[in-house]
Design a protein around this ligand. Sequence first.
Ligand SMILES: [Zn+2]
Length: 139
Amino acid sequence: MNTRGKRKPAYPENHSGETGYLFQNGGAEGCHTVILAAHFGEVLDGPCGHCSGCQGGTDAAPARAAVDIPDKLREPLKALLAEKGEVLDTDRAITRLLCGISSPRLSRARLGQHPLFGALAEVPFARVEAQVAEWLGGW
Ligand SMILES: [Zn+2]
């Protein structure tokens, strides 16, 4: 039989997005070079010893540090709720304020100028909402 012209390519086309996904989701553990080689069907003798996976895989840590919610926001927020409780009547309304997302109600209450407005703009909405729920549960 004739197999000429049917040779498989060395690696699939458009593979870059796929390997990016590999490293972002659980691929940080272990040697990246070994993982990448395995992805293309190769088996290496062992870890390379110099990629971030071999050296502790700390490349994701700075992103996590950036979403810290300072506990010092707690007291000013409590004071604001005592004053504007009729506007900030749900976890979601409070979260919108902290994330800097305006709404007609927040604007009417002039909360767009409040120091707490947008105080947590860098933090993901769902994380802020979870923190707000925790704070309110403790008050
Ligand atoms: Zn390595």
